[in-house]
Design a protein around this ligand. Structure first.
Ligand code: NAD
Length: 312
């Protein structure tokens, strides 16, 4: 019998790549996604190949009748632009929506994985970030709606593990990029590509010395899948530990595209993390996982997507 997975947020950037991986591995895949930040185009090539899409909010799961072996919860707006536009929706999606998915996992005896985030570490005072670090989060700042939503979802996940023995997994995802990111979603790589392809100057907030560690999306979904198959119930960082400054990344994008416009520097965003780099020794140890795609390979594939789909 084929395994069946439910992917909440499957029409989003990461979710659509995860659906492709699960279908390749022979799963039947149901997607719940209300398209608040996702796009049907991300999954329409998978219709008729074992994927079904339910256009609902994750708070309304009563329409799902299938048994599930695995539930992946990736449903959450994730970009800084969304934090300004829909903070209460983000908090409710984590509190009410993730709890509804945990109840479904409990009822159907499914494993469930929460897509958490490196943002649970806030503007970190420890570097690189290990899973044991509790973080430095400002709950009332503009990023608080997202950081605290994910921290709440992690706590609720652990409650269902301890109290009801639901088979839970938590992945803490670090900055990931690749094809199907929304060009205007405010995240660094799509913003840089969109501007550079139009021959415009790249906008950098702050002095550009803040660092990011960029993981290519196929590496991330391989890590998510490996975690779901493992017996590890405590959080695991998945990301690429090669750290670059924002300025270096901007220069690399401009060099790749041949854009010569000088960068525009704007004031730093409030609570923007100054350094961000995962310690992935736990992922290496318990999942035998590490990233394989180099930054230049990943940027080439992303550029191809942006040229074909976004900037014509
Ligand atoms: P995304 O916005 O592309 O995908 C999220 C998807 O969830 C979208 O398709 C959206 O329509 C759907 N969704 C949101 N709220 C929903 C709700 N209440 N009901 C039904 N569907 C809903 O974002 P992404 O980058 O693909 O992120 C996927 C997950 O990974 C998110 O949970 C995010 O917090 C986490 N994450 C991503 C990154 C990254 O770098 N991409 C980093 C850390 C964590």
């Amino acid at each position: 019998m084929k395994k069946r997975a439910l992917v909440a947020g499957g029409a989003g950037f990461v979710g659509s790549h995860l659906c492709e991986l699960l279908l390749e591995k022979g799963y039947e895949v149901d997607v719940v996604d209300n398209l608040v930040t996702g796009n049907k185009n991300n999954i329409k090539h998978l219709f008729g190949k074992g994927l079904k899409w339910f256009d609902v909010d994750i708070c309304n799961l009563h329409i799902l009748h299938d048994p599930y072996h695995e539930i992946y919860n990736l449903a959450s707006p994730a970009s800084p632009a969304d934090f300004d536009k829909m903070p209460e929706f983000i908090l409710n999606t984590a509190a009410l929506g993730h709890t509804a998915l945990l109840d479904l996992a409990k009822e159907r005896k499914a494993r469930i994985l929460l897509a958490s985030t490196s943002e649970v570490y806030g503007d970190p005072l420890q570097h690189p970030q290990r899973e044991e670090y509790f973080g430095n989060v400002n709950p009332i700042g503009p990023r608080g709606c997202y950081d605290e939503a994910k921290r709440f979802a992690e706590a609720m996940t652990m409650a269902y593990l301890r109290r009801f023995q639901v088979q839970t997994r938590i992945v803490r995802i670090f900055n990931t990029y690749g094809p199907r990111m929304r060009p205007q979603d405010g995240r660094m790589i799509p913003s840089f590509f969109s501007s550079a392809l139009k021959g415009e100057s790249l906008t950098i907030h702050g002095d550009g010395k803040q660092t990011r560690s960029l993981c290519y999306v196929t590496d991330l979904v391989a890590g998510i899948y490996a975690l779901m198959q493992s017996s590890e119930t405590s959080p695991v960082n998945i990301g690429n530990p090669i750290e670059k400054s924002v300025l270096e990344i901007a220069d690399t994008v401009n060099a790749l595209i041949g854009n010569k416009k000088p960068h525009t520097f704007l004031p730093a965003m409030p609570d923007d993390p100054k350094r961000r780099c995962p310690d992935i020794s736990k992922a290496k140890r318990v999942l035998a996982w590490e990233p394989k795609v180099s930054l230049s390979q990943g940027l080439d594939s992303t550029l191809k997507y942006f040229k074909e789909n976004v900037v014509r």
